[in-house]
Design a protein around this ligand. Structure first.
Ligand code: SF4
Length: 76
């Protein structure tokens, strides 16, 4: 899955939301999040993010962000 990280906080450009083929972006408390169980790993959103906040969860040290993405997307 891909995860939204801290660069998104208070940014909320929605370019990523518009390109996601499965609509798995949701509104978190002060940032957007990706629902990890809906994300199909297509990677289309990553280059669309003006804040470069979206990363694949294969990168290091993203556990905390993956947890937050899971938590906030589950509230919908
Ligand atoms: Fe949506 Fe693809 Fe980005 Fe996953 S990787 S959030 S499916 S655009």
């Amino acid at each position: 899955t891909y995860v939204v990280t801290d660069a998104c906080i208070k940014c909320k450009y929605t370019d990523c939301v518009e390109v996601c083929p499965v609509d798995c972006f949701y509104e978190g408390e002060n940032m957007l999040v990706i629902n990890p169980s809906e994300c199909i790993d297509c990677g289309v959103c990553e280059p669309e993010c003006p804040a470069e906040a979206i990363l694949p969860d294969t990168e290091d040290n993203l556990e905390k962000w993956l947890e937050l993405n899971t938590k906030f997307s589950a509230e919908w």
